[in-house]
Design a protein around this ligand. Sequence first.
Ligand code: THU
Length: 137
Amino acid sequence: MRRRPDEETLQSLVEMAVAVRKRAHAPYSNYLVGAALLTTKGSVHVGCNVENASYGATICAERAAVTAMVASGERHPIVCALVTGGAEPVAPCGICRQVLVEFAPDLLLVLVAVRGKQRVRRETTLGALLPEAFRLL
Ligand code: THU
């Protein structure tokens, strides 16, 4: 990652992920996920999980956010805020790690669990979660 954004920026990124999580379409799992990507230009791109009756057609929140980012002409995320329910934050699934690494091998991940008014937050990096990622050389 370049320079770590200040705490206020990270908090507002988390709030955007909290907000978009409420728009998730998750009638099968009832597991709502929100993601917000902050880019080098300072713009934010959000995504939520969109499930499908044909379960394999489901798209995760992180990949939805990447799609929105690329469609708007940006390719350099520096932070991904990921918001889920439950007691503990969770890390992106394997497919999303691979999709994220395409654009930012050293992405900072801010993982937040929301349960009522309670929030638990932790940080990690994509490099820590997906060492030796596949790349076409
Ligand atoms: N999900 C995400 O949105 N991101 C992940 O990294 C893992 C899983 C979604 C997919 C599905 O709608 C629900 O969470 C349960 O797997």
